[in-house]
Write a protein that binds this ligand. Structure first.
Ligand code: FE2
Length: 266
């Protein structure tokens, strides 16, 4: 009776009816070689009252790559438990503290550069300096660096990190230089700051890589690295042009070019 009832099951890669005939002939049953490793059913040795049929504890559940999806078993692991204590991110997953700290440090870099550019804006906007193009360029660049900081803050929160703002250093208030003049001196300082920012971004990227965080690596590559080398190229060209024109009248023409340029921010 029992044999009749289970004969309705079919096994992948084998025929249950022939298996049962084989088992009856031998008096015992072990899975034959044709038994599929992906089958969900298996037969045990003969018992006094018939054959036991059970769900396989191996075969399909064997994970060779770690990609196999068994949601109702895997979700029981500790790392999928949802925190219940307050002040702990629910979204955080595989986000190492070193990456979190490195993002906060990069936010500080962006804010410091923004602060220096803002000071340059205030200098070139003075009535006795009156280089309105440079003033506009550094004001836009200051806002651009602040945007870079805010984008990092948003990413920090996406990953379940905590934004910690550090102190900002006081920038210079005057940018005049006896030999170079103020425009060239400020632009050379801007070039140094952009290269320094690039170094810090590359360091942040290496922290992400060393902590096996491809999402952070991709974020830095996609949102920052390309734009940063383009900013370095642009400000390097401005330094070259300012070296050509020297001080005085030539700087006024350079300033007019910046004033009427479209989006000239770094
Ligand atoms: Fe930036």
């Amino acid at each position: 009776m029992f044999l009749e009832s289970i004969s309705a099951f079919s096994l992948q890669g084998s025929n249950l009816g022939s298996l049962l005939k084989s088992a009856s002939a031998n008096g015992s049953l072990t899975p034959p070689s044709c038994y599929s490793s992906s089958s969900s059913l298996a037969l045990s040795r003969k018992r006094d009252d018939g054959f036991a049929c059970y769900a396989s504890s191996r075969t399909a559940s064997m994970q060779l790559t770690g990609v196999v999806f068994q949601p109702f078993e895997e979700v029981k692991r500790d790392d999928f438990m949802v925190p219940v204590v307050p002040n702990v991110s629910l979204a955080r997953q595989r986000f190492i503290e070193e990456c979190e700290a490195a993002i906060n440090e990069q936010i500080n870099v962006e804010y410091n550069v923004s602060y220096v550019y803002h000071s340059m804006y205030a200098y070139f906007d003075r009535d006795n300096v009156a280089l309105k193009g440079l003033a506009k360029f550094f004001k836009d660049s200051s806002e651009e660096e602040r945007d870079h900081a805010q984008k990092l803050m948003k990413y920090q929160n996406i990953r379940g990190g905590r934004v910690k703002l550090h102190s900002i250093l006081m920038p210079p208030a005057d940018f005049d230089h006896a030999e170079k003049g103020d425009a060239l001196y400020a632009m050379e300082l801007a070039l140094s700051l952009e290269k320094l920012t690039n170094e810090k971004l590359l360091k942040l990227h290496s922290v992400a890589d060393s902590n096996n965080d491809p999402q952070l690596s991709d974020f830095i590559q996609t949102e920052y690295l390309q734009e940063q080398v383009e900013a370095i190229k642009k400000v390097a060209e401005y330094v070259t042009q300012l070296r050509m024109v020297g001080k005085g009248h030539g700087v006024w023409h350079f300033d007019q070019m910046l004033l009427h340029a479209g989006d000239g921010a770094l």
